[in-house]
Write a protein that binds this ligand. Structure first.
Ligand code: GLN
Ligand code: ZN
Length: 764
């Protein structure tokens, strides 16, 4: 039988029980020393490598581990550490975290670097900044350590490195001499290859996901010029050019002719990769790492489909050189279904988390090695399993399907138009100029979390639980009274996660106990699984919003999660189109909106934090996505009264290129992140005549740092200069759930004071 090899592109790293998160937090609280953190992290990492080795994975990744983020790791590997961090009198690890989270201690006060979403995932990376204070040179300690410590256990690994091209495209250049900086980066990679070779590394995996986006001629030139230099002397290394999240149609022919030894292609999301190989062939003497195991969804692999791809590949690629691989890193799926004790075995059998995907790789390798695999028991069982799900009628809701079929254009249009509504709402709500608000959540304190945990465990009754939530709300209202906020929020104390909370009250969703996925740094989320048709089961947020509103005469914002975000932050089913799932969720949330309105809530925020992140990487596919995403949002609010003010919120500011679509959502107001990105979006808004009222975040909530009043005033004044006062709101850039009350109150006080002063200065 042929020996087929298997590879894993990257593995989760936060720990099955989120151990790494907890250690890092203890380290910040001073409960764990730096050395203890490093030791613990190393043990976690090596245990995982051992597991992959026991599972017989031939190409095991190293350096895919991270204390915070792999792009930040790459920046540090290139010594790209701007002077404000270099200047801190703390350890290298301290500086690393300062870049990630900001640092405010002992008189020092530096902001964190910006964070952005990693391609179309819900993972955030840190944006490296290359200014004239950085001295680019190789600092290979981390990849070397990770390789060596695994080797000491007897495990050969392939170091995973973010490729120079992707790195250059992601980094922010603030230097006058970009070309010199790029050359230094190239030199560092050349140096790195030398070090790897001297250590005895056999294969190095260069991740270049940037190859799957639309590439211009100059991008291709840049890629070539970078790798012609780096590959000039490979020092005997096998260099794997790894790509994922799509196909490499713009550069396939170029890269196969270059001096790489192996290529990693994604056959799950990379629609055209197979055609590219069919059309242009594949070099006989090179390896193909065929990504057929989905690294972004949790359903069991469809062996029939995967083997069909592999069989086709066999006609074009030397079969000896086909390595079966994950389509991307497994960072985006949870650890193992074994941690789930509450789901039936029938349901769990439909899922493959990271560890189960390792078994799937092994199953596929066995099957692929056989000519008559179709009669194999493993194969047959898989077919039966997939069929079983497809034929399960219990998850079809005919009523919902009928409603969707009967939607007409009118269901997507709100009347009257935005300007008319603005006037009506302005009078009705009686808000001052530069109204202040927050994005929804307030600090999730230990008491808040304990309340939920105790209720879940059955230690307190629903009445006690509700009573406690009401106490938290009362306190939050009191704080907002004291701060003089204009539009209140109730604080979201009943929510663990904004998607999970809604999903729990909708049919068609399945929840896990431990299926955590890293979202950024120490933050993890537990995405629900959309299993069947979706419908609202009962009023969700209405009772708390109504209670909160009863405590104040100020408008209390109803707080909902939008359909696109619920969809994008869940693991979707794959048997019906995403648009259909999205509309089903939209109808459910619509019921909630109308219910809030009926119960006296005058301002309703529908968060679409995840709308941008699933925007396809290729422009040619944007329309299809935006058409249903924007429509779904409009469907949610199209039938509210003119005087009800609809807000939305987005956690990012890179919507420069879809501004018109954001305006088309037809919300009355949108808040978004702006502070970390230096207010760049404001120019775009101005240039495009953006009509929706805006609340660009005036400070960054992702860091515990308290912004000064002056700083906030400067930000607001800049916003006024660009956008005028009429439709400007003042708010932080996201919800405050990850912060503590102390810093929150100080920051908000500075914010409301800043607004008061500006109103006085400008006579508003
Ligand atoms: N309303 C949510 C909150 O404040 C919004 C969170 C988000 O945008 N991610 O927590
Ligand atoms: Zn946000």
């Amino acid at each position: 039988m042929r020996q087929v090899k298997v590879s894993v592109s990257g593995y989760p790293r936060i720990g099955k029980q989120r151990e790494l998160k907890k250690w890092i937090e203890s380290y910040f609280n001073g409960e764990l020393s730096e050395q203890e953190l490093i030791n613990n992290a190393q043990e976690l990492r090596l245990n995982q490598i051992k597991l992959l080795s026991q599972k017989g994975i031939d190409y095991i990744p190293s350096n895919d581990f991270s204390m915070y983020d792999q792009v930040l790791d790459a920046a540090v590997m290139l010594n790209i550490i701007p002077s404000q961090y270099q200047a801190l009198n703390i350890s290298p690890l301290g500086k690393y975290f300062a870049m990630a989270k900001g640092y405010q201690k002992d008189g020092a006060d530096v902001k964190a670097l910006a964070m952005k979403k990693w391609f179309t995932t819900n993972y955030h990376y840190i944006v490296p900044v290359i200014d004239d204070t950085v001295e680019i040179k190789l600092n290979a300690q981390k990849p070397v350590e990770e390789y060596k410590t695994a080797k000491a256990l007897g495990v050969e690994t392939k170091p995973v490195i973010i490729g120079a091209f992707t790195f250059v495209k992601l980094a922010k250049f603030e230097t006058i001499n970009r070309e010199a900086a790029v050359n230094k980066i190239i030199d560092a990679y050349i140096q790195l290859f030398k070090e790897f070779a001297s250590l005895g590394v056999k294969t190095v995996q260069i991740d270049e996901p940037m190859l799957v986006v639309d590439l211009e001629a100059q991008d291709i030139e840049l890629f070539k010029s970078i790798y012609d230099k780096i590959l000039k002397d490979k020092n005997g290394l096998t260099v794997l050019l790894n790509t994922y999240f799509g196909d490499i149609r713009d550069i396939y022919q170029v890269v196969v002719d270059m001096d790489f030894d192996a290529y990693g292609l994604d056959f799950v999301e990379g629609k055209k990769n197979l055609d590219l190989i069919k059309q242009y062939g594949f070099p006989k003497d090179k390896q193909l790492f065929a990504g057929v195991i989905n690294g972004r969804n949790i359903w069991v692999n469809n062996f029939e489909q995967s083997l069909e791809i592999l069989q086709t590949l066999k006609q074009y690629v030397n079969p000896e050189n086909i390595v079966i691989s994950t389509a991307c890193s497994l960072l985006f799926v949870p650890y193992t279904t074994k941690s789930e004790t509450k789901l039936s075995s029938e349901i769990l059998a439909q899922f493959a988390f990271a560890e189960e995907k390792l078994d799937e790789l092994n199953a596929l390798r066995e099957l692929f090695a056989k000519d008559d695999y179709k009669s194999d028991k493993k194969y047959q069982e898989n077919i039966a399993l997939i069929k079983q799900k497809a034929q399960n009628k219990a998850y079809i809701d005919l009523e919902v399907r009928e409603k969707i079929k009967n939607l007409t254009e009118k269901d997507f249009v709100r009347t009257p138009d935005l300007e008319t509504r603005f006037e009506i709402q302005y009078k009705k709500l009686g808000l001052p100029k530069l109204p202040t608000t927050t994005i929804g959540s307030f600090p999730q304190t230990i008491e808040v979390k304990r309340n939920r945990a105790r209720f879940k465990k059955g230690e307190i009754t629903k009445e006690q639980y509700d009573q406690n939530v009401k106490e938290f709300i009362k306190q939050a209202v009191k704080y907002q009274d004291e701060l003089g906020i204009d539009v209140y929020v109730h604080g979201e104390f009943e929510r663990n996660d904004m998607v999970e909370y809604f999903g729990e009250n909708l049919s068609g969703f399945i929840f896990t106990q431990n299926a955590w996925v890293q979202s950024y740094g120490t933050r993890c989320v537990k995405p629900p699984i959309i299993w069947g048709d979706v419908k609202r089961l009962q009023p969700i947020s209405v009772p708390y919003s109504v209670y909160a509103q009863s405590l104040t005469a100020k408008p209390m914002k109803g707080m909902l999660t939008g359909p696109v975000t619920i969809l994008n932050w869940s693991f979707p089913r794959e048997d019906i189109p995403l648009q259909e799932i999205c509309f089903q969720i939209a109808l459910a949330i619509k019921e909630e909106v109308l219910d809030l309105e009926k119960n006296g809530i005058k301002v309703i925020q529908i968060d679409e934090a995840a709308l941008r992140e699933k925007l396809p990487l290729r422009k040619s596919e944007w329309r299809q996505y935006l058409d249903y995403a924007i429509k779904a949002f409009r469907l949610v609010h199209s039938s509210v009264k003119p005087e009800t003010q609809i807000h939305t919120h987005m956690c990012y500011s890179e919507f420069g290129d879809i501004i018109k679509d954001i305006d088309d959502m037809d919300a009355d107001c949108i808040s978004f992140e702006a502070s970390r990105s230096n207010l760049e979006l404001l120019d775009d808004l101005q240039a495009n005549g953006f009509k929706t009222a805006v609340g660009p975040g005036v400070y960054d909530i992702h860091s515990p740092r308290v912004p000064s009043k002056e700083e906030i005033k400067a930000a607001i004044n800049k916003m006024i200069d660009k956008l005028g006062v009429k439709k400007l709101w003042v708010n932080p850039d996201c919800g405050l759930k990850t912060r503590g009350w102390e810093e929150t109150l100080k920051s908000l006080k500075n914010m409301t004071d800043a607004v008061k002063e500006i109103r006085a200065e400008k006579g508003l």
